[in-house]
Design a protein around this ligand. Structure first.
Ligand SMILES: Nc1ncnc2c1ncn2[C@@H]1O[C@H](COP(=O)(O)OP(=O)(O)OP(=O)(O)O)[C@@H](O)[C@H]1O
Length: 282
């Protein structure tokens, strides 16, 4: 394989579509997805239930094959990026192993890839500090709250210093207050690590608070109906939630979501001139 360009975006999707063959016929989950996520950029995927958000994330992660189109992760085919551990992934269920300690859970991907014990331990200590959990390193996951378990899952996803984090509703099972706290922590963590993020969410405020851009999807077959730029700067602190600029973004995302639901046939990323320009921006 030729060497991928050093400035290739974290994610590049061109004309991606996905059709599932089921016993009751074909399910057209995604069509005509054209988008890029820049290095270090935080993008959310928002859209009605069943519009294909998780499927798109799974395609980027090479857990699902697209039926058509091209997927590149840091300029490489998705399968190569998976082999190279270019991304970390976390889902709504933290998916921790209860028989391993918190530190041992974080070290698991490093262990699987043959990283020596001393280096693994050093990395898990560093990550536990980063997520504020160093005092529960030797606890077991079932002794932690849901929010703490999600922090462990995110630390585990960051263990191999990936340039990209793929997150599917990671805070979906948490109460509202914990969820808000986790959002600011997540933004702080990924800014510190420099990773790009693709976050699947159902929450308009979550997408607005965390993202640099929000990709709003139409109902099935899912396409990117519009892209909302979020000009709220790099620091996302709790005060931002009271800021009129934040309300403005929430309103724009909500309007885009409603417009997208009524315009299932709108062409992807061309709902407005700014959207088209944004989606092509690396
Ligand atoms: N393995 C599969 N086989 C058949 N159909 C599937 C499969 N995976 C997903 N689908 C269908 O594809 C469509 C998109 O599903 P997906 O889970 O990606 O949507 P979503 O936007 O993430 O939904 P939600 O917001 O409810 O989690 C749905 O109609 C779903 O039933």
């Amino acid at each position: 394989m030729s060497t991928p360009p050093a400035d290739a975006p974290a994610v590049h999707l061109h004309a991606v579509g996905k059709t599932f063959a089921t016993r009751t016929g074909a399910v057209h989950a995604l069509t005509g997805i054209d988008a890029q996520v820049g290095r270090g950029e935080f993008v959310s995927l928002l859209g009605p239930s069943g519009c294909g958000k998780s499927t798109l994330l799974r395609i980027v992660a090479d857990l699902e094959e697209p039926s058509e189109g091209e997927v590149r992760v840091f300029g490489k085919p998705a399968a190569q990026a998976r082999l190279d551990q270019d991304y970390g992934i976390a889902f709504q269920q933290a998916g921790l192993l209860d028989w391993r300690t918190v530190a041992a859970n974080i070290e698991l991907p490093l262990e699987l890839h043959g990283v020596p014990a001393a280096a693994r331990r050093a990395r898990s200590r560093e990550l536990l500090d980063l997520v504020g959990l160093h005092d529960v390193a030797d606890a077991h996951p079932d002794q932690l709250s849901g929010g703490m378990q999600q922090r462990v899952a995110i630390a585990r996803a960051l263990a191999e210093e990936p340039g990209l984090l793929l997150l599917d509703e990671p805070f979906g099972a948490l109460d509202e207050m914990t969820r808000e706290r986790m959002q600011s922590e997540l933004v702080r963590l990924v800014r510190a690590s420099g990773a790009a993020v693709v976050l699947v969410t159902h929450s308009i405020p979550e997408a607005a608070f965390c993202s640099d851009r929000v990709f709003v999807m139409s109902p099935r077959p899912g396409r990117i109906a519009s892209v909302v730029d979020v000009p709220l700067g790099p620091d996302r602190t709790e005060q931002l939630r009271e800021d009129p600029a934040f309300f403005d973004v929430v309103t724009r995302v909500r309007e885009a979501l409603h417009a997208g639901s009524g315009a299932a046939s709108a062409s992807s990323a061309s709902a407005s001139p700014t959207s088209a320009a944004s989606v092509e921006r690396a």
